[in-house]
Design a protein around this ligand. Structure first.
Ligand SMILES: [Zn+2]
Length: 497
């Protein structure tokens, strides 16, 4: 066993080093690199990428993982056991899918992106349909290779993104959303809309002041600037490698004050999760967030439950007014709170508000289920999309660009990914409620004591890194298995005010 352990750890060290420099490249590419540097840097990237792939597919390394997995009971360290299980699960693709099919699929996805972009730009689904059909067929085949006694069909894909969550779990979750949320949203969105100052809704908000407010937010959330960086990119994201280096981006729009504020807070939620991992996971494959759903629970808790709370703006609105005195002259913090918490039926998921967001996800979940079960023809997808949108969100797209063509995910081959977005919000509500049992979170927010929230999250969620499954994290943090009623109750309370 000793030799396998040292082979494994040796190779891991090298892989992590390659991953670090590949990560650095990608960060630079998205934030700083001058446009014309691409060609040169991509050449360098390719070399490193190939070397990293060689290490990961090295026979001796794979053999070591297999042996360690077969003899897992002999391993003493509990975390190491978990790591080996995770890494072993990751090998499924290489082991079970024929190499030529695996490579052909990679190629297909590479070609799919520009096709999707063209179809979206021209608002023409027929351009994308043949490619999407190939992607769906490839995924249906993939599923067959990877099926187990417990995971069948779409389960296999769902489980890839959220360990332990398959059709059964998601069906239960979404049935609550359908029964409780769909009628509630209809009721809320029918209400008379509050009018807001034109200076707020149509004003100009210079980027320099927005940047100053982002800096202020970094202090408020104690996003440690010795271990973190905030830059600007087209689409906001978080990217980290270590508890000493986790970075975020935001995006500033002169005509939209909200966008950068809530992007920054959202991404800090992701980043602080990884920054607060136990240091013992540095230099292992257990550093990071355990799943997409748990990751999203941290960002959405920051963004919506803390960042869009009344207490937060009661405390921090004066700072915003200081930066934008003219634009916010006629808007009180109460108005501002209502402004940032409006709910309306919308067609585009990424612009949807907190209340309606998961309904957009529900539409995608039902479609993906049909796709992977072979119950729908690709050419019928737009029609089905539109009818599900009408049924659940209450609004019908008038064209495919604002309908089925809006998301890039399927072109990336990510089928089974969307449901984690909704799950994350529901996890967040359950975890928040549990934290609230220990201390009054709103009071902490009002007192600008985010440190207390961060400390609680570190102890109950963050420190575990990837060493626990999502279900285990929920049990640790809340003493209960997943229960979507916390989410429904939270939304009903907030939007019934
Ligand atoms: Zn996120």
């Amino acid at each position: 066993m000793k030799e396998y352990i040292s082979k494994y750890k040796d190779t891991r060290k090298k892989i992590l080093s390659y991953e670090y420099f590949l990560w650095l490249y990608e960060w630079d590419y998205a934030t700083e690199a001058p446009k014309e540097s691409n060609q040169y840097s991509e050449n360098q990237f390719e070399i490193l990428y190939e070397e990293a792939y060689k290490l990961e597919s090295d026979e001796k390394y794979i053999e070591a993982i297999e042996k360690l997995y077969e003899n897992i009971d002999q391993l003493e360290d509990e975390d190491f056991k978990v790591e080996i299980k995770r890494v072993h699960k990751g090998l499924r693709m290489i082991k079970k899918v024929p190499k030529d099919e695996y490579l052909a699929y990679g190629l297909l996805l590479q070609q799919a992106m520009p096709v999707w972009v063209e179809a979206k730009t021209k608002n023409d689904f027929s351009i994308y349909a043949p490619t999407l059909k190939k992607i769906i067929d490839a995924n249906r085949k993939l599923v067959k290779y990877l099926e187990t006694d417990d995971l069948k069909g779409y389960d296999v894909l769902l489980d890839m993104y959220e360990d332990g969550f398959g059709i059964k779990e998601y069906d239960e979750f979404f049935s609550v959303i359908k029964e409780e949320l769909v009628p509630f949203v209809l009721e809320v969105t029918k209400r008379k809309k509050q009018k807001f100052s034109r200076k707020l809704t149509k004003g100009k908000f210079p980027v320099a002041q927005q940047e100053a407010f982002s800096k202020y937010l970094m202090e408020v959330f104690e996003y440690d600037q010795n271990r973190a960086v905030l830059k600007e990119s087209e689409h906001p994201f978080t990217s980290g490698v270590s508890s000493f280096d986790t970075r975020i981006t935001t995006h500033y729009y002169e005509d939209n004050l909200q966008s950068s504020i809530f992007s920054t807070i959202h991404e800090m939620g992701h980043a602080i999760y990884e920054l607060q991992n136990d240091l013992k996971y540095e230099d292992t494959f257990l550093h990071g967030g355990t799943s997409l759903g748990i990751h999203e629970s941290q960002s959405r808790m920051f963004e919506n439950m803390i960042g869009r709370s009344f207490a937060f703006w009661e405390r921090h609105y004066p700072k915003l007014v200081e930066l934008f005195p003219k634009q916010l002259k006629d808007t009180s913090y109460v108005d501002f709170y209502h402004y940032i918490n409006q709910s309306k039926k919308s067609l585009i998921r990424i612009e949807a508000d907190e209340l309606t967001y998961s309904l957009h996800v529900l539409v995608r979940y039902e479609l993906e289920k049909l796709m992977i079960n072979g119950k729908i023809k690709v050419e019928d997808l737009p029609k089905k999309w539109n009818s599900l949108m009408t049924k659940y969100v209450g609004k019908r797209p008038t064209n495919d660009a604002e309908g089925i063509l809006q998301d890039v995910h399927w072109a990336h081959g990510s089928i089974g990914y969307f449901p984690t977005y909704a799950l994350g919000s529901a996890y967040a509500a359950q975890i928040y409620e549990s934290m609230n049992q220990d201390f009054n979170v709103e009071v902490a927010v009002k007192n600008n004591d985010i440190a207390r929230i961060n400390a609680w999250l570190k102890e109950h969620v963050h420190k575990y890194g990837m060493s626990k499954t999502p279900k285990e994290i929920l049990l640790i943090a809340t003493n209960k298995p997943f229960d979507p009623t916390y989410y429904i109750n939270y939304l009903k309370k907030k939007f019934n005010q």
